[in-house]
Design a protein around this ligand. Structure first.
Ligand code: NAD
Ligand code: TYD
Length: 352
């Protein structure tokens, strides 16, 4: 039985990862450590909350005592660090919390894991690992050709991607300096159930259903490389199990789409399945995001060759599954978009 300390497990990808792991394995124990910020929601975990191999602890990854207590009370084998401030637009208006959580929080976890796992001078208990869940955004932006490889120099532009790059560098430093066993995965944009509707796909879905403007930044021709969330979870699972110590693995499914294509796909889906009055007239081109990265595209050859990973859900299937999930889970959407979300939306989009 391996014990995974999963941070940020009440967020979008973290909750999908916990569900994926508990459905797949009987011999893993998961401790979900989440501060429950605006992005964390225990409703996501309803299907596993009574699983005897699952436990939730509300704690902040920056909190030394709280994290230490978890290590004292459990034999943690793996730390899987999802916890982060994750939204680029929020990082542009309020960068400080991104440094706090993404950088200082990660360093706190590294310090505690390193001490808990230590068996001597730079030696550690067998079978332990710190897995950092990172993003392709640390590589910066691509032109019309080429892909991000693990060897691509880091060149982040937004406060969000800079904080993720900094935390990646600390994880690498703990490996290079103290030989702490680590891996880093850098994945492209995810989509799927439980994504908070500040991100493009659920935001456009929600606005279309509510007959609100559909805000497209700049010319809408920025390209993102979309991956269904379960394929990301599969990659993390494989890297934790079989990844070579110290290595970085890029994760992406060669599925690049311009934003405007995504927006039109969502409109079309709702038109066909829910409400024929919606249409492209709802699109509103608004002021571009500051420092907006033009294109992301992952070269996943390393994880394919080394671990046999491949994406199982093609975009055409995944997007329909995702949009249907949002339609079937309107109570979830209503809960997360009440209260604070309204204030966020007003502040973020009023001058656009
Ligand atoms: P999210 O914003 O949906 O969830 C983040 C979770 O972290 C929330 O549950 C929140 O409560 C928790 N959290 C925030 N601050 C915390 C703190 N100080 N202590 C403890 N918990 C805290 O994010 P997501 O989209 O699920 O992303 C998860 C991770 O994956 C992030 O590290 C992100 O950088 C990375 N990532 C995301 C994507 C994507 O497309 N969403 C792609 C690649 C990598
Ligand atoms: P987002 O989902 O925020 O992910 P990221 O910035 O991490 O890639 O945005 C995806 C793309 O969609 C990005 O190019 C910005 C764009 N976008 C819009 O055009 N309008 C919106 O309202 C949002 C939230 C994003």
């Amino acid at each position: 039985m391996k014990t995974y300390l999963v941070t940020g497990g009440a967020g979008f990808i973290g909750s999908n990862f916990i569900i994926y792991m508990l459905n797949k394995y009987d011999d893993v124990k998961i401790i979900n450590v989440d501060a429950l910020t605006y992005a964390g929601n225990l409703e996501n975990l309803k299907s596993v909350e009574n699983n005897p191999n699952y436990k939730f602890v509300q704690a902040d990854i920056r909190d030394r005592e709280a994290i230490q207590k978890i290590f004292d009370e459990n034999t943690v084998d793996y730390v899987v660090n999802f916890a982060a401030e994750s939204h680029v637009d929020r990082s542009i208006s309020d960068p400080d919390i991104f440094v706090q959580t993404n950088v200082l929080g990660t360093v706190n976890l590294l310090n505690i894991a390193k001490a808990a796992w230590s068996t001597g001078d730079d030696t550690y208990r067998d079978g332990v690992k710190f897995h950092q869940v990172s993003t392709d955004e640390v590589y910066g932006s691509l032109g019309e050709t080429g892909f991000f490889m693990e060897t691509t120099p880091l060149c982040p532009h937004s406060p969000y991607s800079s904080s993720k790059a900094a935390s990646d560098m600390f994880v690498k430093a703990y490996h290079d300096t103290y030989k702490l066993p680590i891996n880093i995965t850098r994945c492209s944009n995810n989509y799927g159930p439980y994504q908070f509707p500040e991100k493009l796909i659920p935001l456009i879905m929600n606005n279309t259903l509510l007959h609100k403007d559909l805000p497209v930044y700049g010319d809408g021709m920025q390209v993102r490389d979309w991956l269904y969330v379960d394929d990301h979870c599969k990659a993390i699972d494989m890297v934790i199990r079989d990844g070579v110590d110290g290595e970085v693995y890029n994760v992406g499914g060669h599925n690049e789409r311009p934003n405007i294509f995504i927006v039109k796909t969502i409109i079309q889906y709702i038109k066909e399945n829910v409400d024929e009055t919606v249409g492209e007239h709802m699109i509103k081109y608004v002021a571009d995001r500051k420092g907006h990265d033009r294109r992301y595209g992952i070269d996943p050859q390393k994880i394919k060759d080394a671990l046999g990973w491949y994406p199982e859900t093609c975009f055409e299937v995944g997007i329909k599954k995702t949009l249907k999930w949002y339609l079937d889970n309107q109570d979830w959407v209503k809960n997360v978009t009440s209260g604070e979300y309204q204030k966020y939306y007003e502040k973020m989009y009023k001058d656009k």
